[in-house]
Design a protein around this ligand. Sequence first.
Ligand code: HSE
Length: 319
Amino acid sequence: MGDHVRVFAPASASNLGPGFDVLGLALTEPGDVVEAESREAPGVEIVEVTGDGGALPTDAARNVAGLAAADVLRRLDGLDAGPPLRRGVKLWLQKRMPLASGLGSSGASAVAGAVAVNELFGAPIARRELVASALVGEAAASGTPHADNVAPSLLGGIVLVRSYDPLELIDLPVPAALRVALVHPHCEVSTAAARRLTAERSYALDDAVANLGNIAALVDALHRGDLVQFGRSIQDRLVEPVRAHLIPGLADVKAAARSAGAFGCSISGSGPSVFAFAGSDADAASVGDAIRKAFRDSAGLESDVYVGPVNTEGAVRLD
Ligand code: HSE
């Protein structure tokens, strides 16, 4: 047990086409950092939030990192053999990624908060068990406790949420050659608002059937390292059509990714970021450039591009 810990939790791309709320992967960058120190008074105090332009609350009861941290504290106090110790922590949250971006920003903050507090007290709670605490924070940000961002941010890799009640997570294989191009155009989409759009709809059975076929093919492709089939399976007939209008230039962006040879391209989470896949760093960089150009030409938006392998480590303690 140390007096001070610092934890990095990576951004994530979720849904991955057909897997609304059930598929996500961790990125190597960007990500958030939470520092934690113990304090005498019980409960969570957020000392400072930086990098958010003043957008996020420092009231721990309204901050995703604070809420996740408080849930971990409650669980740690519950582990005590005698009367609970009633632990307390001070947190510093460094936002190192944009908000409302489709990069799992709230999920990364929640994960970093949960992991930092657990590490501060000697990490008695197993990594996988911390997903439940991160979900408490995520639910406050997006309106529902969806795990497809927090699970990969915490655990790394590509994660399938087989069930929410009880929560069951399955780690999928990550083909060695797989590279992600993640492009964040400079505009915002509120996850809570994007989720309301999907909730207000009814869905046709043939669209559900198409998604079922694609998600099964996607999982099979990962097991066999078949990037072509993986890319062909990144098609979403349920959620993407409902949200496409929230992302300026999306049709042109997807066409540009296809022309550049991407293995699939779709909305990352609720957007506006999009992801695409390739089989090498050079190809992923070309795909990322093509998407960036399409956002500029089609929608007049500048973008940030992140290219790299899937992050198989997840959240890490820095010191
Ligand atoms: N699966 C979630 C959604 C991810 O699409 O609403 C949000 O980042």
